[in-house]
Design a protein around this ligand. Structure first.
Ligand code: SF4
Length: 396
């Protein structure tokens, strides 16, 4: 796969489900032998982003990044992370390792892309001499090396290329309307036909910022597969781990029962369903409500926020303005209100019936029986219950 073939936009119709199935069938055939992995170099390339994905990964716990770096997870290799901010080495030492990998002298390795990929050809020029959007280090002549140069050189030899966060997967905020750099996702940049050494397309773990555990868990699955210890992780037609992004937010939202009963929040701070305030959860693929944000804590709806669709390819343009009700909800929430008003009443009757111990209905106690007997006799006994009960007037 040449640099020229790879680079700059293979954007067209998205792959469909059938393509995903075929892709899955052929990955096993395309893969090379299992990879010997004691130590795996991981080259983290930073594109146009905010570093939020790095922060998310630092907070991951299943496994923690420190467990992966120290090689303390059974059957997983020790990761040697070459991250522009977190790496131990710096300056020439940092660049030397990248150079060795690009020259085929370090093998095996994986590539992680954070941030969207700019279209350097808008400026260029075949080299960074004419200007660049994102650079990383210099070549032998002292000219800046562009991030895309490293991606072109490293991606073909990578065991796997993973795009983390919505900028790297689909383009994200840098690719929104007014996108001056023609920013795009890694899959659009490398092309739909891109395959790693394992025969995999770009693996996409979206989110703005993504759930850190979604990323490390995907890495762990891929590394088990690389060594032929685990099965091929199931990816959908867009290269997302299917077990993480196969369900909508709505299906796991703790406010779902309010939606079902047609009870909707009118302002923030309410525990009710947020759809009329603009929640996109019913159509957004994300596991945030069940996995939550960090080590089982937080998560958008869990802390009072609504879903703005940050894991989706159309984000942000197709989900703005954020604070307006999505167009489709008028029909669905009106229907839910109508049906919910009936369901709520029926449930209330049932609740009142079920909220009583059986023996309370069948065998009233002595006091209860006495009370009922007095009532039947038309006594002037006070109908109030409790300590003040007694013949009217007696207490005075
Ligand atoms: Fe669904 Fe959003 Fe309502 Fe949760 S808050 S139940 S995701 S519409």
């Amino acid at each position: 796969m040449s640099t020229t073939d790879n680079s700059q936009v293979d954007a067209g119709d998205p792959p469909d489900e059938a393509a995903a199935t075929t892709q899955r069938d052929t990955v096993e055939e395309d893969r090379e032998e299992s990879v010997e992995l004691d130590v795996l170099d991981v080259f983290w390339l930073a594109g146009e982003g905010c570093d939020g994905c790095s922060i998310s990964v630092l907070g991951a716990t299943n496994p923690g990044i420190e467990d992966l770096l120290s090689g303390s997870v059974p059957h997983l290799p020790t990761l040697d992370l070459h991250h522009p901010v977190l790496a131990f080495e710096w300056g020439d030492d940092y660049m030397e390792v990248l150079q060795e990998a690009a020259n085929g002298e370090r093998d095996p390795y994986a590539v992680v892309v954070e941030g969207s990929v700019p279209n350097e050809r808008l400026i260029a020029g075949d080299s960074a001499e004419d200007g660049y959007w994102i650079a990383l280090g210099e070549d032998e002549d002292g000219n800046p090396m562009r991030m895309v140069d490293w991606l072109d050189r490293l991606a073909p030899g990578a065991v796997v290329t993973i795009a983390i966060g919505t900028c790297a997967t689909w383009g994200g905020v840098p690719a929104a309307k007014g996108n001056a750099t023609d920013a795009m996702g890694t899959m659009d940049y490398l092309g739909r036909d891109y395959r790693s050494v394992l025969g995999l397309p770009v693996v996409n773990v979206p989110g703005c910022a993504p759930v850190g555990d979604n990323f490390v868990e995907t890495v762990a699955h891929l590394l088990l597969y690389a060594q032929d210890i685990g099965p091929l992780p199931e990816l959908d037609e867009l290269g997302r781990p299917k077990w993480l992004f196969g369900e909508t937010v709505h299906r796991n939202c703790e406010r779902g029962s309010y939606y079902e009963e047609g009870v909707f929040a009118e302002e923030y701070g309410s525990e009710k369903c947020l759809v009329e305030l603009g929640c996109w959860g019913p159509v957004v693929k994300c596991n945030m409500p069940s996995r939550r944000n960090l080590d089982g804590v937080g998560g958008c709806m869990n802390v009072g926020g609504k879903c703005i669709g940050c894991t989706m390819p159309g984000f942000p343009d197709k989900f703005t303005p954020y604070f307006k009700r999505p167009p489709g909800t008028l029909i669905s929430s009106s229907g839910s209100k109508l049906l919910g008003s009936v369901v709520r009443r029926l449930r209330q009757i049932t609740i009142e019936n079920q909220d009583r111990e059986v023996r309370w209905d069948e065998s009233p106690g002595l006091e209860e029986r006495a009370y009922q007997w007095l009532l039947k006799r038309g006594s002037n006994y006070d109908t109030g219950r409790g300590a003040d009960r007694g013949p009217k007037g007696e207490a005075d």
